[in-house]
Design a protein around this ligand. Structure first.
Ligand SMILES: *Cc1c(COP(=O)(O)O)cnc(C)c1O
Length: 389
């Protein structure tokens, strides 16, 4: 019987014994929720990305919903985002009763095109939500300037981009994604395929104490425990007040213990991802049939995904060929406006966002995760070479 290499997913967590011990310590002796591990995780994340505050929630979608609510997104107002993202970036706005509009993406980078954002932004735009697709930062200084012009708030969907940096020409500095230098808030996910795994988890970072209060309130039913905010005069010590509608979007100490332990290895994770991406880049550099996503000058990706473009006519055969070889190629993403729900309920048609659609038709995501062995990377390179020759 021939030896079969194990199936290689496009992404997977790397959990070590320290992570297991950290989770077990919570299970043995600590509160399982609303305890110190949540606060420790929030502080460590804020410190790592250079923001004043982080608010942890139960997943990245909840983080988007919470951030958009804090940003004042509501019926009659619009969230302007990119079609090349996970559907949650747009869905979270609709769940608040707001509208969603898309600005086209650049087919070469899969990032939202600031020119397109400029054309679409208007008086109803409340939130501009760029997505740092595959881990590469979008052009935040440009997007911030456009948002400022129409009085909108920038909320970064950085679910792909923990550990990424970009160059700020105004100050000549490299800036961490999540520091909110050019945004009001930044959203992260800690799903196991992302840079840091919590099972399920998410967070929002911000430098604004008022936004932090709004985030915390929405996370907990819109209920406040702050006596200074109470409407009731001289209430008893049991008193709590609900001032707005909210959710239970808390995340447990069990999850945060894992997140905190994983965060300690973030630099190593990102370094390994960058090394694998560099190996893919070198292998595909003189391969005319394979075009990696173009990297913008001044963007230093943290490489959540390694996406290549191939001939659209052959893409399906390439992906099926990779699957037949045990390689879990994927596609990120079907442009949001082409999902049946968006076509049916929002009236979008193919052709609406040609850059995004052109990107999608050729895109293939190859496996990339820190625990991938060098031999696995070579196996992918050989297979892609054969299937695109
Ligand atoms: C993963 C992801 C989300 C949602 O995060 P969950 O934790 O899965 O809810 C949102 N946006 C993007 C771009 C993502 O990759």
């Amino acid at each position: 019987m021939s030896e079969r290499a194990p199936f290689l997913p496009y992404g997977r967590q790397d959990v070590d014994e320290d992570d297991v011990r950290a989770v077990c310590a919570v299970l043995r002796s600590k509160p399982l929720t609303q305890g110190e591990a949540v606060i420790a995780f929030e502080q460590a994340l804020a410190t790592r990305v250079g923001a004043r505050f982080a608010v942890a929630v139960c997943n990245g979608t909840a983080a988007l919903h919470t951030a958009y609510h804090a940003a004042g997104l509501r019926p009659g107002r619009t969230c302007l985002t990119t079609p090349i993202t996970f559907a949650a970036t747009a869905n979270a706005a609709l769940l608040l009763g707001a509208d969603v509009e898309f600005a086209d993406a650049d087919a070469a980078t899969a990032l939202v095109d600031p020119e397109a954002v400029h054309r679409r932004a208007g008086p109803k735009t409340q939130v501009v939500a760029p997505v740092h697709m595959a881990g590469q930062p979008a052009d935040l200084p440009a997007l911030r300037a456009i948002a400022d012009d129409v009085g909108a708030v920038v909320v970064e969907d950085a679910c792909h981009a923990l550990g990424a940096e970009y160059f700020d020409a105004a100050t000549g500095e490299w800036v961490q994604v999540g520091s909110c230098r050019h945004s009001a808030m930044t959203v992260f996910s800690f799903h196991p395929v992302k840079h840091v795994a919590m099972g399920e988890g998410g967070a929002i970072t911000t430098n604004d104490p008022d936004l932090r209060d709004r985030l915390l309130r929405f996370r907990e039913h819109g209920i406040t425990r702050d006596p200074a905010a109470f409407e009731e005069r001289d209430p008893g010590p049991w008193h709590r007040e609900m001032h707005e509608l909210g959710m239970n979007y808390r995340v447990s100490d069990i999850h945060c213990a894992l997140g905190l332990s994983q965060l300690r290895r973030l630099d190593a994770f990102v370094d390994r991802r960058r090394a694998i991406a560099a190996r893919y880049d070198a292998a595909f550099a003189d391969h005319p049939g394979v075009s990696p996503l173009v990297q913008r000058p001044g963007a230093h990706s943290s490489w959540h995904l390694y996406v290549v473009g191939v001939d659209p006519e052959r893409r399906r055969a390439v992906i099926e060929g990779l699957h037949a070889r045990g390689i879990g190629a994927q596609v990120h993403y079907l442009p949001v406006h082409l999902h049946p729900w968006y076509r049916k309920h929002r009236g979008f048609q193919p052709g609406a966002f040609p850059g995004a659609e052109r990107y999608y038709e050729s895109a293939v995501t190859l496996p990339l995760f820190p625990a991938m062995a060098d031999e696995d990377v070579e196996r992918v390179i050989v297979a892609v070479g054969e299937l695109t020759a």
